[in-house]
Each structure stands twice: as C-alpha cells, then as structure tokens.
Design a protein around this ligand. Structure first.
Ligand code: SAH
Length: 345
C-alpha cells in the first residue's frame, strides 16, 4: 500500500476531492504528518472516525522505530533506527552546553569508499525516503525535549551515507524540516556535509536552501586525497574549489572543511601548506575532527603534535580553525563509526 507521506499537499488535496471530502482536509492531514510527525491515522483527532478508517484503508504511514538506544557517558545518544523494510540506519543526538545537534543519515550504507570510514564498509543498500530523514530529526527533537528539556537546535547530515547521492530526498527533507507547515526549523542551523561532488554542490547552491555546507577534505594534496578517498579521483580538487567558489557567490555562506590528521599520512609540513593554499581560495574555516578508530590500522593513530602545528600555522595564516572533540566514542556513536553491526543484519 502507498505511504501517504509520498504525496505532496496538492496530491493529498486531489485525493480528498476524489473521495468527495473537503479539500481543506488535506491541510489538516499534512499538518499531522509533517508538522506533528504523527504516525497513526487514529490520532488525527480533528477527522471523523469514518475518515480515519478510510485513510487507513487507502494508505499506510511507514514507521521508523528506535531499535536500540545507547547513551554515552558524555550525554550523546545513539539510536539504531529500524526502517519499514527491516534495514537500519543510525541517528545521533549530541548535546553541548548550549545546543542539541542531530547527526542524521541520508542513505543505508554508502557507495563511496573512503578508506577510514566505517560506513564505507557497508555497501549502499538504498537511499532514505524523505519521511525517513524527517523522522530521524523529529525523534531526536523528542529525545532532546525529554532528556535535556530543550528542543533540537542543529542538524548535521554527517551520519551514514553521502547526502549528495540522495540529493532529491535530502533537499525535500530539508524543505519539510524548515517549512513553517513542517517542523519550522531554521535552515541556517542545518549543515550538509559532502565528500565533494562538484556538480551537486552547484545544484545545492542554485536551490538556495540557505543551509550550511561542509566539505570532507582530509588532504589538499590531490594524490594523497585520492588514496584516502578513492572515488575522489573523479573530482579534481580544482573542480571542487570552483564549485565551492560558486557556492559562496550564490549563497554568501562560508564553507567548513572537515579534516582529520593521521600519523604518517597527512601530518607533514607540506600537508599544512597545501591546506592553507586551498583554504585561501574561498571564504572558509577548518574543523579539525578527532578521528575515531574503526580498526583500520593505518588511520588509527593521531598525531597530536601535528594537530597543534596545524592549528598554529592556520591561525598564523589568518584561517579560522576549530578542534572538534570526539563525542560518543564509548558507544560507537562518534563520527564515521556509525553503521555496521546493526545495518548488516
Ligand atoms: N558522506 C558525507 C557525510 C557523512 S561522513 C561526507 O563525506 O561528508 C561525515 C564526516 O565524518 C566526514 O567529514 C567524514 O570524513 C568523517 N568521518 C568518517 N569516518 C570518520 C571517523 N572514523 N572518525 C572521524 N571522522 C570520520
């Protein structure tokens, strides 16, 4: 049966016309589905019993459910989210003093092959539906209210998957999350993180969603980046930079480069110089992410001295650099550790 959440408001309106009911019903139902995130027709209290029955005969609302909830000693909550077809993704709530951030997935698995990433070990199984992305946000918002007595404040597309490879649904989900007739969150508090697909970066710029953009860089030396992130050999760094410059022209929004420092891989002075040269070409800042080992050996060792040098040298060059402490490491909820065990089932 058809999931009612695959229908647009117009299509819903047509449906109500067809069954001889008032078109404004569409608005009421849309509100229950997208603003209140309701998963059952029975709870739509402003509809008659007859109409609710009719809706449940004609449609389903595919549920997502939290299969496994794990709390980290630092407050981070990892959710194993079960989809209607049995597959799993992971969604993480990350609390700080002032914010609650939802780290959400865009795909089950991932088709890219970043050597250091746990999700890359899974194959891409499928794209998430719009509703499945919105549901992750809504459920983390509920958890934030329950456990931290405040609403969700930020969303990052840094869970499983490459958001740009599920572009249409990610964009539609962002619309549903930000529309006043949806969850009504500010797009400026949403960050789309990508491994860097130039054509899609341009498209996102043109779509004027007002979200922030993060690019997983990890090395500004072409050959090295291609080794760490093999798929990226299709996308030269110069092409990515041109797309980022285009992004900035269109949106005026500063780009964040995500960067891990690995011992013996990208901890040399030439790596730092290359990063500075790259950053200078577009208004940007750098997030130095503490890598979370996934047992890949090669990437398991940090070089704290080199991290400090990155910070010193970038600051000297006038580039903003922030060091991001890892969160939720004790429950495998730290970035790039998601997936696996449950998704494989
Ligand atoms: N595919 C998108 C979004 C998901 S990955 C992207 O590549 O941006 C989110 C971020 O986590 C990326 O910056 C990625 O490089 C980083 N990451 C992946 N595995 C990691 C790990 N084990 N430790 C720290 N960061 C990791």
């Amino acid at each position: 049966m058809k999931d009612i959440r695959t229908l647009s408001l117009d299509q819903l309106t047509d449906y109500f016309k067809e069954i001889g009911d008032k078109p404004f019903r569409a608005k009421q139902v849309y509100d229950w589905l997208w603003s209140k995130n309701l998963h059952s027709f029975d709870e739509m209290t402003n509809l008659s019993k007859n109409l609710r029955d009719q809706l449940s005969q004609d449609f389903v609302i595919n549920p997502v459910s939290v299969d496994l909830l794990q709390k980290s000693s630092d407050g981070t909550i990892k959710n194993g989210v079960r989809l209607h077809d049995g597959l799993m993704v992971e969604s993480v709530l990350i609390p700080t003093e002032t914010r609650t951030t939802a780290c959400v997935s865009s795909q089950v698995g991932c088709s890219l092959n970043c050597e250091f990433c746990a999700t890359a070990k899974l194959k891409r199984m499928r794209n998430l539906e719009v509703a499945e992305i919105v549901d992750q946000v809504a459920l983390i918002d509920r958890q934030s209210r329950l456990y931290f007595e405040r609403p969700l404040s930020n969303i990052v597309f840094m869970g499983m998957g490459e958001p740009m490879m599920n572009y249409k649904n990610v964009v539609e989900a962002v619309r549903k999350i930000t529309q006043p007739e949806g969850l009504g969150m500010s797009p400026r508090r949403i960050t789309v993180s990508t491994s860097g697909i130039p054509k899609m970066i341009r498209m996102l710029a043109d779509d004027q969603l007002k979200v922030k953009l993060a690019l997983s860089l990890h090395s500004a030396i072409e050959s090295k980046r291609n080794e760490i992130m093999p798929f990226s050999s299709k996308f030269p760094l110069t092409e990515i930079m041109e797309a980022l410059q285009y992004w900035y022209q269109q949106t005026g929004s500063v780009i964040t480069f995500e960067y891990c420092v690995w011992k013996g891989i990208n901890d040399g002075d030439e790596d730092i110089r290359a990063l500075i040269r790259y950053c200078r070409q577009v208004p940007s800042k750098v997030n130095l992410i503490q890598y979370n080992p996934i047992g890949e050996g090669k990437f398991d060792h940090r070089n704290v001295k080199a991290e400090e040098k990155y910070v010193r040298e970038l600051e000297k060059a006038g580039i903003t650099i922030m060091v991001r402490k890892s969160r939720g490491g004790d429950i495998d909820a730290a970035c790039g550790q998601l997936a696996n065990k449950s998704a494989e089932r």
